[in-house]
Design a protein. Sequence first.
Length: 123
Amino acid sequence: MNANTSYEEQNLICSYLQLLLVDRIFHRDLQVLTNHPLLRTPVLYIEVLSSGMERVTLLLSEIQMEFARKDIRITNIKSNKEGLWADAKIRGQEMRVVFPLSQYKNELYSRMRVYLGGMNHEI
């Protein structure tokens, strides 16, 4: 983290990365559920997943508005089995935010549970 960037800005970028990942996971799961031959009531699961996707989309748009307000631009996002990272420009200053898999995996599942309507008090 650069000295000119705040902890809040770095957390905002990490939340954005997580939401993008959750969105991708939900889309993949929706395709699997839609085409799963053994489910008797896939529409119920699809409704829950679609509702979670709507929540994620809303949060992503709120973060994008906050990015515009704080002059933050994400220029590149990469991931591998070790984690996620994003290159960003914050008020014209370039920086990289790294989010290791070990750090975000548990938080990711907690967030997904909340977006799908489950209860989790850790967020």
